[in-house]
Design a protein around this ligand. Structure first.
Ligand code: FES
Ligand code: FE2
Length: 382
């Protein structure tokens, strides 16, 4: 992303660096630990997830008509498939005869989906097109027995699923003031170089916290990325429920003299978008991390997915080595062994009853903002 797009924010970041401060609260604040262990709270959060548009994949996963992926979310299975009309749709992945799970592969390309139980068959648009021994179903209207559809939108290169169709809304509106940036980035042109999903022994909210403060960089990331970043200085903006944070690298001062038209912002500042509720989108100098968290069955479990997007798939050994190194340092060390490791540590401390409240420094105020936004979006308060 050309730095010129962020000219105004760069001024703010440079000022923050000069003042050695950031977006700060008046004083310290606290978060109650109950919200990370209470099953009733989790039930509300899961309901919130069902009502919001969630990134569940990259458009390139459904490149051709008939391409499909199956996603398990909230103990339900979803079939995402691109129809022959080019439209990507999402369906409950269950047969309308008697509810058997329809597609058991995780991905593939096919125009017809036959149920393993009695072979009712659906096309890539979700229509029921085949019923063996149809004479045994007098009066059955096949047009009314298509797969049950939910809301799927493609926006700025991603597949956004809203599970509860009653709450579907245009994603371009939902992203609020981030629209211009996301549409300019057009990450649909990128490719998925790395994609991994892992279980986490922590609330889905705790990793989000790790991306909203830079107080931890020097300590937690001392073996990985600390050498590149300034700590305790960040500039954050809010767009509806979403947050964009800029964490300056040690090179940030060079931006004062730079031609922003020719400058790649991510070499000087790391912009992170927290797309509410669960996506951290982080710009690296030559790639993007899309990290998403999803609640588990208990308040202290979740799972997370990390997709690394690259502008062009590597063709040479040197290009592959570059991105493999990125994966090793960012995914393996920085995220898995540091940020996500720390989330599990926090959860363990909360579960042990060892801590009565989480304490936030003045410059960790965005954690409070995020926590308040979750509370605002819970079904009981809407
Ligand atoms: S349950 Fe699918 S065909 Fe019978
Ligand atoms: Fe971190």
């Amino acid at each position: 992303m050309k730095a010129v797009f962020y000219s105004e924010q760069i001024k703010q970041v440079l000022q923050v660096v000069e003042q050695n401060a950031g977006y700060e609260a008046e004083g310290i604040t606290h978060l109650p630990v109950n919200e990370f262990i209470d099953p009733q709270r989790l039930a509300l959060e899961r309901e919130m997830f069902r009502r919001l548009p969630l990134i569940v994949g990259h458009s390139s996963e459904l490149a051709r008509p008939g391409d499909f992926v199956v996603r398990e979310l909230d103990n339900r299975s979803w079939l995402l498939v691109r129809g022959k009309d080019g439209v990507a749709r999402a369906f409950y992945n269950y047969c309308q005869h008697r509810g058997t799970k329809l597609v058991h592969e995780s991905d593939g390309c096919q125009q017809r989906f036959a149920c393993p139980y009695h072979s009712w068959t659906y096309d890539a648009q979700g229509q029921l097109i085949g019923v063996p021994r149809a004479d045994l179903f007098p009066g059955l209207d096949k047009s009314k027995k298509g797969l049950k559809q939910v809301d799927l939108q493609e926006y700025f290169g991603f597949l956004w699923l809203t599970q509860d169709i009653e709450f579907a809304q245009p994603v371009a509106d939902y992203v609020d003031g981030l629209q211009a940036e996301l549409e300019t980035l057009d990450l649909g042109k990128y490719h998925v170089y790395f994609d991994r999903t892992r279980a986490l022994k922590a609330s889905w909210k705790l990793p989000v916290f790790a991306f909203l403060e830079s107080y931890h960089i020097g300590t937690l990331h001392r073996e990985s990325i600390a050498e590149f970043f300034l700590e305790n200085v960040a500039y954050s903006e809010r767009f509806g429920p979403h947050i964009r944070s800029f964490v300056p690298r040690k090179t940030v001062g060079e931006l004062v003299e730079a031609d922003l038209e020719k400058t790649n912002l991510a070499e000087y500042i790391t912009p992170t978008n927290i797309l509410f509720p669960n996506v951290c989108m982080i710009a690296h100098p030559t790639s993007y991390s899309i990290i998403s968290m999803f609640p588990g069955d208990t308040p202290d479990t979740s799972w997370w997915r990390h997709m690394l997007l690259v502008p062009k798939l590597p063709e040479t050994d040197a290009e592959r080595a570059h991105y493999d190194k990125t994966v090793q340092v960012l995914d393996g060390m920085t995220y898995k062994s540091e940020d996500f490791w720390a989330s599990e540590q926090i959860q363990a401390g909360i579960n042990a009853g060892a801590i009565d409240e989480l304490t936030l420094a003045k410059n960790e105020i965005m954690l409070q903002v995020f926590n308040d936004t979750v509370a605002d979006y819970l079904p009981s308060s809407t």
